[in-house]
Design a protein around this ligand. Structure first.
Ligand code: UDP
Ligand code: MG
Length: 313
């Protein structure tokens, strides 16, 4: 008896490409079943993340004629991370593969992923070999992000996004993480389960546009940093110590000037000192506020998503 696979694909305003994705993923599942690599109940689950275009209608139409296509419809746009989580929490499968609905990832390695699963790996990461299809801005910001994360001691896989296979055991483990500000990639890696990387070439989007603006990407990076490390808070302490020392020097200088009766004009140095410390204090308050805000979000314990409808689940 082979194991049940569910492919989870979050989608947000993907009407330009969703029909193509459905057909492609459907043929992948059918091939896997016919090769007897996965059980006949295996499915594809699209999680509609509050699309405002025809995405849901197109998925629903396919659900009617094909029970291998299933849908989880969220009430509004909760973001890709939460959409994936809605999928993971709702399906019952021995293994799950998460993949973006725009199919920029290589479907051919899915076969290999499943083989690795049967070899006993709990997580199989799809890792992009090159990012030449990405824009210069995306490439450099991604590179700087990985470097910075490594520097502050958060190990995340370079060039791996959300394309990965996870076993049932992994998903059950993941469900125990109750935090609200989610950075899935970081948490999955943090589980420390037996895993392996599979490399592939990413492709350009065939249709539609990226749903990740620079702001959204920056937001995700910030979530990743602040939910995995207290490094920014440490920086404050460090800067605090440094400025205390430098103000000590200023103090000594001021004392000497006082006793030697130098008639120092004084204004410039005062303004500079005030501006310098005001900057540091405001920055420090901001960073502390960030973490405080995070605690507020956790304490409020709001739902991460709300399901409006499900079909064929
Ligand atoms: N996505 C989502 N909710 C969002 C933004 C994106 O479900 O708020 C989905 C989107 O439909 C796609 C995947 O997440 O399937 C990755 O988004 P996108 O391709 O726009 O990101 P990129 O590949 O450009 O980083
Ligand atoms: Mg994409």
């Amino acid at each position: 008896m082979k194991n049940k696979l569910i492919i989870i694909a979050p989608c947000y305003n993907e009407e330009a490409i969703i029909e193509y994705s459905i057909q492609k993923l459907n043929s992948v599942i059918e091939e896997l079943i016919s090769k007897n690599l996965v059980s006949a109940e295996s499915k594809i689950c699209f999680v509609d993340d509050g699309s405002m275009d025809k995405t849901v209608d197109i998925i629903k139409k396919n659900c009617e004629t094909n029970e291998k296509i299933s849908l989880i419809e969220l009430t509004k746009n909760y973001g890709q991370q939460n959409a994936i989580l809605a999928g993971l929490n709702s399906v019952d499968a021995d293994m799950v593969i998460t993949i973006d609905a725009d199919l920029q990832d290589d479907l051919l390695i899915i076969n290999e992923m499943i083989k690795k699963y049967y070899e006993g790996y709990e997580i199989v990461y799809g890792v992009r070999k090159k990012r030449e299809t990405d824009s210069f801005l995306k490439k450099t910001t991604a590179f700087l992000f990985y470097k910075f994360m490594n520097l502050i001691g958060i190990k995340i896989r370079q060039n791996h996004s959300e394309f990965r296979l996870m076993s049932r055991f992994t998903i059950n483990h993941l469900k125990q993480y109750k935090e609200k500000t989610i950075f899935l990639r970081g948490i999955v890696q943090d589980l420390g389960l037996k895993s392996i990387d599979l490399y592939y070439n990413g492709t350009e989007r065939i249709a539609g546009e990226t749903k990740y603006s620079v702001f959204k990407l920056f937001g995700l990076a910030w979530t990743a940093i602040t939910s995995f490390s207290v490094f920014p808070l440490r920086v404050i302490t460090f800067v605090g110590i440094l400025t205390s020392f430098s103000s000590l020097i200023i103090l000594i200088y001021a004392m000497i000037s006082y006793f030697k009766h130098y008639s120092v004009p004084g204004w410039t140095s005062i303004i500079i000192t005030i501006a310098f410390f005001a900057g540091i204090i405001i920055m420090s308050l901001g960073i502390i506020g960030e973490y405080l805000g995070k605690i507020l979000i956790e304490v409020k314990d709001r739902p991460l998503y709300q399901i409006k409808d499900t079909i064929n689940i």
